[in-house]
Design a protein around this ligand. Structure first.
Ligand code: NAG
Ligand code: NAG
Ligand code: NAG
Ligand code: NAG
Ligand code: NAG
Ligand code: NAG
Length: 482
């Protein structure tokens, strides 16, 4: 009897360990390395300075690597590279199958890869090397150095070359595709997911992003929840007209700094809009930590808590919202207060805003069709805001000129996948917008999945769409590596 119980207990423990281990990758299996790269790849001055670009290499799997085997290179995007590594368990799982080495390289100006250290963001002059062209050159240099140094330790003959597949999700996916387009002699193919390569003015309209956020709330929350959120903005506006109202919101929502000015209120609104957006993007069916720690199906959990029927009672409405908000801001119970200025203080976010203000643009607006305050995006206002913030003006035509987008007819071997319900998939490549294209360019649409879910480690509750997408990835990788 006791032995059955202890066996069951052991199975239970193993199951828990397996589940815990599955979606999120343990960084201990990676070795952190650095490569010296020039701050400016395109200047011939011999004094040109360098900095340390960080990359992670799956050293525990080194043993699986065989001479001439492939390298899966995750081309880091707008966040610390460790986050990408932790949330890309799928690659970790399939690396042994392909006897592949797995490398995650950080994007300059993010994480620890800062060209000017702590001064990278303090003066405008130091930001000028933050662009896609320099970032791609970093990745290209890394590939070349790896081939010359690291892989020469594995490869006895010089005739064999290691096929390299660039892989990435969201902006990292954009970079994978661009790396294949700009450096076809270095990477054989690119596997991208949710890459907003076409999210440019005049190519993709501005209202789709927030409409998708709203659709996720309608589908996984409720119509009523969406209605309550629509009402929230009016209630905030009404309440913050008076000092008393500002104090009430500040204390009920436990803000670190009391609301005092119109700018504070605007920051609060932006902070909330961002929370709804992140909830919808990271609406995974299990507890996760993509942005903040949240429970399974965070949108549903949020809406269940918020859906209280107090629509006619402002005080209870604000209190009920405070309670619901905790599933995002305080799931661990360790947050003492809510800092609505956290984004402005986060250097990764400053870097990202700068990139949006210069090359990536990605216009977002709100209409009656979504649950946010109506907001018209105009290029003039956007350019003005960028100038005020960074002293730069966007270059809306740069990406078109530099990479040939949306004309893809000269490019091959790229998969563009996306999820129809993921707001962050808005602006992915639509092959119909290209004149002509090679049949080795492909799109894959996953019907219903949160952001980059198919890149995550296997979980028992993965739906069929996810399983099929992963199967397709394996088959396309096999084809490319033949
Ligand atoms: C940068 O600032 C952080 C915190 O302010 C500090 O811990 C770190 O040592 C600084 N690094 C450099 C290179 O000055
Ligand atoms: C390659 O092997 C040599 C000799 O064993 C070693 O010194 C060097 O660090 C290795 N290079 C890398 C990048 O591991
Ligand atoms: C905001 O205040 C106005 C005027 O006092 C009122 O008519 C309106 O119903 C209020 N809106 C909300 C959502 O409370
Ligand atoms: C809100 O509506 C409910 C019924 O839906 C009613 O019982 C309650 O008294 C109302 N509260 C206020 C403050 O109007
Ligand atoms: C977070 O939860 C803890 C424990 O329930 C609570 O003491 C604290 O006030 C909460 N913080 C916020 C910001 O809601
Ligand atoms: C946004 O644009 C629409 C249509 O062009 C216009 O009717 C509306 O007044 C504008 N809203 C704002 C807030 O400017």
């Amino acid at each position: 009897m006791t032995s059955i119980i202890s066996k069951l207990f052991l199975i239970f423990v193993l199951l828990i360990i397996l589940l815990k281990w599955s979606e999120s990758v343990n960084l201990n299996s990676f070795e952190t390395r650095y490569i010296e790269v020039p701050i400016d790849h395109f200047a011939a001055t011999p004094t040109s300075r360098t900095f340390k670009l960080r990359y992670l290499i799956n050293s525990k799997n080194d043993a699986n690597y065989i001479e001439g085997g492939p390298i899966f290179l995750y081309t880091g995007g707008e966040r610390e590279i460790t986050i990408a590594a932790q949330n890309t368990g799928f690659l970790f799982e399939i690396a042994p199958l392909f006897k592949a080495l797995l490398i995650f390289v950080e994007h300059r100006y993010y994480g620890t890869s800062l060209p000017f250290g702590n001064a990278s963001f303090t003066i405008l002059e130091n930001l000028r090397y933050l662009n896609t062209k320099q970032a791609l050159a970093d990745f290209a240099l890394l590939i070349q150095e790896l081939k010359n140094d690291f892989f020469s330790n594995y490869t006895k003959t010089t005739t064999k070359t290691e096929p390299i597949i660039a892989i990435g999700g969201y902006y990292a996916g954009t970079l994978s595709a661009l790396l294949r387009m700009k450096y076809p002699h270095l990477v054989r193919a690119a596997l991208t997911s949710s890459a907003p390569l076409f999210y440019l003015p005049e190519l993709t309209s501005c209202e789709g992003f927030y409409q998708r956020v709203t659709q996720v709330f309608e589908r996984y929350g409720s119509e009523r929840c969406v209605k309550s959120i629509k009402l929230l903005w009016d209630i905030i506006e009404n309440l913050t007209k008076s000092k008393m109202g500002m104090t009430f919101i500040s204390s009920t929502w436990k803000l670190c700094k009391k609301l005092e000015t119109a700018k504070d209120v605007q920051t609060l609104v932006d902070w909330l809009r961002n929370i709804f957006t992140e909830l919808s993007i990271a609406n995974y069916p299990y507890a996760s930590e993509y942005y903040n720690p949240v429970p399974a199906y965070p949108v549903m959990t949020f809406c269940n808590k918020f859906d209280t029927g107090y629509l006619n009672d402002t005080k209870q409405f604000i209190e009920s919202f405070a309670n619901a908000l905790q599933i995002y801001t305080n799931y661990t119970g360790k947050t003492s207060c809510n800092n609505i200025y956290s984004k402005e203080e986060d250097l990764n976010d400053v870097a990202w805003k700068y990139q949006i203000c210069t090359e990536l643009i990605m216009p977002k607006c709100s209409t009656e069709q979504d649950m946010f305050l109506t907001y018209n995006w105009t290029y003039e206002q956007f350019a003005l805001d960028c100038y005020k913030k960074f002293g730069v003006r966007p270059r809306p035509n740069y990406i078109y000129l530099e990479y040939g987008i949306p004309n893809l007819k000269y490019f091959t071997n790229i998969l563009f996948s996306s999820s129809a319900l993921d707001p962050a998939s808005w602006g992915v490549v639509d092959l119909k917008k290209s004149n002509k294209f090679d049949k080795s360019l492909m799109t894959l649409q996953i019907i219903d999945a949160p952001h980059l879910m198919e890149f995550r480690g296997t979980n028992t509750i993965d739906n069929d769409y996810i399983l099929q997408a992963r199967k397709f990835y394996i088959s396309i990788l096999k084809k490319w590596l033949k």
